[in-house]
Unconditional design. Sequence first.
Length: 113
Amino acid sequence: MTAGKRIGILTSGGDCAGLNAVIRAVVHRAVLTYGWQVLGIKEGTQGLLQRPVQYQVLDLPQVDGNMMRMGGTILAGRPVGFPVPRSATRCRTAIPSASRSTSNTPVTRSPFS
């Protein structure tokens, strides 16, 4: 077993049947087989983008059979979609024609200069 490693689980977007079963399987395999610590990122992508990152440590008692009967996932609150950082919006406005271009002509100047 490899000690000291951590992995994170993030669920994001709409409702999907079976996510709690996947979370449970990952926690069981990571903890029992590899000895890893599992962090569940709360509130999807929004929880990952917050500082400090919003997470909870997932261990075996937390992922018992009762969670399999819950709706949604144990990590996400409500589906809110994927947040787009401001930098992505700035990039899109800096190169408005690049996303709509159908020609194979390469861009000759950097939109970030």
